[in-house]
Write a protein of this length. Structure first.
Length: 162
């Protein structure tokens, strides 16, 4: 389901898969010392900085089978936000990833904003394990009401829940 322009979700053999993001597996997971990896640091700097719209024509598609919101520029998947479904009314936002050549262009910010807007439209809440999403919400408190009160995830000390 496309959430940005009403176009249908892509299907077929040419469709990129989660393997298009080799670093999805590591995204959102700190090393044993609890520090952020380089990918997370770059994306956190982007979403925590001045908010700006990406200069690229960006489409966001929710691939419910894979559990990924995909950011697509042209016919190329350039970013993704992986999630798990937790019941009928909650998503667990796991990891945000942007292909390196598309970083620092506002894509992570636009992707997270559109995902959270989609969550709001569908009357759901989120549990956050992704530090990039956590940082985005901390800098955009209008989205804090979407964080599930019973299962906030990794928000302690960073997001003020209403």
């Amino acid at each position: 389901m496309t959430i940005s322009d009403g176009a249908p979700a892509r299907t077929g053999a040419a469709e990129p898969t989660r393997s298009a993001f080799a670093h999805f597996a590591e995204a959102g997971h700190r090393d044993e010392g609890g520090t952020l990896n380089e990918d997370e640091t770059v994306l956190i700097d982007e979403v925590g900085g001045e908010s700006h719209a990406p200069a690229l024509d960006l489409k966001v598609v929710n691939d419910e089978k894979l559990g990924t919101y995909e950011a697509i520029v042209g016919d190329r998947e350039v970013a993704g936000l992986a999630y798990n479904v937790a019941g009928d009314d909650r998503l667990v936002l796991l990891a945000t990833s942007v292909i390196p050549e598309f970083r620092k262009q506002g894509i992570a910010t636009a992707l997270i904003r559109r995902v959270l807007d989609d969550v709001r439209v569908h009357g759901k809440t989120v549990t956050i394990t992704c530090p990039v999403v956590r940082t985005f919400i901390a800098h955009n408190p209008g989205y804090a009401d979407l964080v599930d009160r019973e299962h906030p995830g990794a928000t302690q000390g960073h997001i003020h829940l209403p």
